[in-house]
Design a protein around this ligand. Sequence first.
Ligand code: CMC
Length: 427
Amino acid sequence: MTNDKKNNHAKLILPEGKIVTLPIIEGTIGPKVLDISSLYKEVGMFTFDPGFTSTGSCRSKITYIDGDKGILLHRGYNIEYLASEKSFLETAYLLLYGNLPDEKNKSEFVNAITTHTMLNEQISNFYKGFRDNAHPMAILCGVVGAMSAFYHDSTNINNKEERRIASYRLIAKMPTIAAMAYKFSIGQPFVYPNNKLKYSENFLNMLFSVPAEEYEFNQVFSDALDKILILHADHEQNASTSTVRLAGSSGANPFACISAGIASLWGPSHGGANEAVIRMLHKIDDVKHIKKYIDKAKDKEDPFRLMGFGHRVYKNYDPRAKVLQKIAEDVLKQEHKLENKLFDLAKELESIALNDEYFVEKKLYPNVDFYSGIILKAMGIPISLFTVIFAVARTVGWISHWNEMVEDKKNKIGRPRQLYIGEKPRN
Ligand code: CMC
């Protein structure tokens, strides 16, 4: 994979004249990488890169992003192709195993996931310990972490079969855990999974059906949810995936690691942005107020940022946002007047921002969170569940990265250094 050609190196000249030779390594695609792993040993200095803006933390075969061109590939397949031709579970198989499943593998995988959807019944007792106004992300963090107290037969990270079972359990049970968090918050009875239904249909059924009535499926909604899950399934070394890897690098069990990932995803700079976009659109309320909010976003003294805009890696249109804009159109054809107003407002905001010098110069484009909330809202999903839906999808990426890391013989415990700026020794 990597190409350590003898003459492929860079020279670093230190102030006292010492020259350090650093290898330049190459992946299959993407920019070359300067290997500084021996720097501290050789010269007693380490690098300083808060926010890891210039730091590659691992080798990975799962996802590739070209941020300048706006390209996202999973295992070499374009995200647009996966979202239009494949199901979420096929994408999950691809991320986990490296190839799309053939018919036999697909049916075995779908069957295995479908038959792991139920939760140990005792877990439902946890929910009663939360306050009824608890944010569902808080519940998700707690309940997923607590899975390690129940599924002891899949916490030995050195056993391949236990790793497989833990991965399947997480992918299968996340919608059940998420739907129970929602049902608890609205005071309705939990709905058990129904293995006759497809993954996204089952999720919607657990969210919206009640024992007193049959839930009427809307095919457009369950297709849209499946695509939303595909679009959120993985995104290489983002904050939450890096959190999962860092937690896992110490040998922690997979349930604890995914719980750490959920906590990281929750923040408004990451997965919490989909919720923040809707709150922002409600605040803007009308096209005539857009300019005021654009000015606020540009004002360095004002902490306000245009939510759903900007990305660490994409300096072009996020390809996922483009697919989501199209899905939003399909879902909103079903006459959701309130969300249509929000969608029109979002499109106008996008067009004004994309023509504004500040956003053009800083290459700030809509990201995945800009349109996803409008679709979820139109489907009747409450705002507080938006980041939970993101977490359900991203579990597939997290667990694929966790497996890759555990299987990598070069894996070391993650242990960054610091630039100490505190007190010198004192009495
Ligand atoms: N509104 C206004 N200004 C912005 C925005 C924005 N949304 N995003 C970045 N900027 C400015 C920022 O102030 C900075 O300006 P300057 O160079 O003058 O200091 C410049 O653009 C670069 O921004 P940065 O904060 O240094 O970039 P970053 O890579 O550290 O942050 C980001 C990326 C996504 C956290 C940021 O763009 C942001 O806060 N966006 C809004 C929140 C959001 O939509 N998050 C979802 C991210 S995508 C999905 C996910 O990861 O979950």
